[in-house]
Design a protein around this ligand. Sequence first.
Ligand code: GLN
Length: 547
Amino acid sequence: MRTLKVIVVSGGVISGLGKGITTSSLGRLLKARGIAVTILKVDPYLNVDAGTMNPYQHGEVFVLDDGTEADLDLGNYERFLDQSLVGTHNLTTGKVYRTVIEKERRGDYLGNTVQIIPHITGEIKRGIREVFQTSGADVVLVEVGGTVGDIESMPFLEALRELSYELGEGHMAFVHTTLVPVVGPVGEAKTKPTQHSVRELRAIGIRPTMIIARGPAPLAPEIKAKISLFCDVTPEAVISVPDQSTIYEVPLVLEAQGVGQQLTKLLGLPDREPDYTAWKEFLATYRRDSSEIRVAVVGKYTDLRDAYLSHIEAFHHVQGRLGVTIHLDWYDAEDLPRDPAALARVSRADAILVPGGFGARGVEGKVLAISAARETGIPFLGVCYGFQMAAVEFARNVLALPQANTTEVEPATPDPVVCLLEDQKTLATLGGTMRLGALKVSLTEDSRIAQIYGRTEVSERHRHRYEVNPAYLNRFREHGLRATGRSPDGRVEVFELADHPFFFGVQYHPEFLSRPEAPHPLYLELVKAALARKGVPADVAPAPARA
Ligand code: GLN
């Protein structure tokens, strides 16, 4: 019988230490040894899921195959593990309380007083066991969102403490990620914040088995020794992870310090020789730096890069396949209508990406950027709202319908080229009309999009409410904009423009499916088109053998 093995990753001192990358990398270490692994994120906030959260506060909402709107760390897990996850892998306080309250209302607790311990903690443990059962993994990594010491994360840490007691020796490892700041004129590394946060953890009854020290530079041996002494972990289990030029380096940094061996030993797992062949090929190509291109990204959350994390990573994956350095230049869509110099810079980009979004702010700037791409032949990819705005731009400037718009922005537009479809209008009052998750898209045979994918049936993830209005499709087609991808029920999923080097809009979100070892074909071809336009031959590295 399989027995549950768990690696908990907590964070101390401050947030934003790269706990998600650490957790993902630990997963990769085990996977490289042929161990079946999965990851669960627990998020102490009260939102049931990330769907209602502002990208400015929390970064992008990452959509899973099953339509769950999840924390962006789930995206890191999928990319590092090269595995798709489902909604049970993101447990929030909101979800846990909702379940417990529903059970209470149904009378499941048989008149007992319902309490944080044991009912909330019990539900958290049930969630972890459920992921173990349904995923078939031998090891479940649990990343605890927030920082140890937060009131919010207490029930989660308590549940994990209980679980480690229940599972007994050799079934659980606690990895604590902390900051070792470097201060003062001589650049002294300070261990006190780490000591304090470990003390906090021990007060809850958890003794870390490994400490991952983040900071600007590698830890000196005496600093490792000091942390070991004060925090009661072996010196080998104090791991130094200084900032890296790419996050994809982190698994190798951990491996070099024996983390994989230590964890397998702790959990009684087979320690096979790890295989990083494909991963190392990716990194080698990533650094080749044979030429460079600049991509203009025109969005409305450009002040917070995390709001576009999956797009950024998708370009990194392309860099790891083509060996060209890809610079992303960020443009706030709201500035473009009033800043001709910025618009002129967009018009000189090697490629333009208009990502998704919601609401009226910034849409006119997106339309201007799309015009520039369409008219000058700059390779263009429009994703979701970017795709819808490409339809608006085309209707206004090619079909000469100056008031064309999406009804999301202008409900009374005489030319609603993007709108709610009839069947959605009745549903709208009930809420929950968002089209979410992995859905089939059929591509027109002999279209360019089908060539790019090398297939005519694909599955892509969605997150949108509005649709391209089919009433305009004939006129679009007569002028060169063809709908070459459709959902099984006929919704428009893809636009491609004839007589343009590369002009594609997609209703779905290709960025969510790009992986280091398998860059998404749309991003790959966008960059190749940009290189071709510059006269640089794209030297595509062969696809690495997939683990
Ligand atoms: N706002 C648009 C819609 O709801 C696009 C959504 C998106 O870009 N994710 O349809």
